[in-house]
Design a protein around this ligand. Structure first.
Ligand SMILES: [Zn+2]
Length: 124
């Protein structure tokens, strides 16, 4: 029986750059000007995707080198994206749609969180 396939961890970083046409020079040449926006992202073969985040938010190389942490980092990235005001309307639309299509799924998630946190149950 063959061994099972696994997703190896292989991280790649991207630095976001923006470009604009530069001034026209005396000889008529016009070069592009580039600058870093301060955002970067890391993706991994396993599916980790930090999304565009500030350099100061980027996990360290040591953290990213530990593939065992990639699932948790992916969850943090989703949480960050869900809370980002830029995505607010899209998240609201998705949650409303899921609430209509599969409300029990959302109720189950909320109930589990309440149990895990020992919080007061409330009706959902
Ligand atoms: Zn990975």
């Amino acid at each position: 029986m063959p061994e099972p396939w696994t997703l190896d961890h292989k991280v790649t970083w991207f630095v976001q750059i923006r470009t604009r046409p530069g001034p026209v020079e005396d000889n008529g040449d016009r070069w592009a000007e580039n600058e870093h926006t301060g955002l970067m992202l890391a993706v991994c073969n396993c599916g980790l995707n930090t999304g565009w985040i500030g350099r100061d938010q980027m996990p360290t190389h040591e953290t990213l080198a530990d593939g065992e942490q990639h699932a948790a980092l992916t969850a943090q990235g989703w949480g960050r994206a869900l809370r980002d005001p830029v995505n607010r309307e899209a998240v609201a639309v998705a949650l409303r749609t899921e609430a209509r299509v599969n409300p029990e799924w959302i109720r189950d998630i909320i109930r589990r969180e309440q149990r895990l946190n020992g919080g007061e149950p409330y009706r959902v």
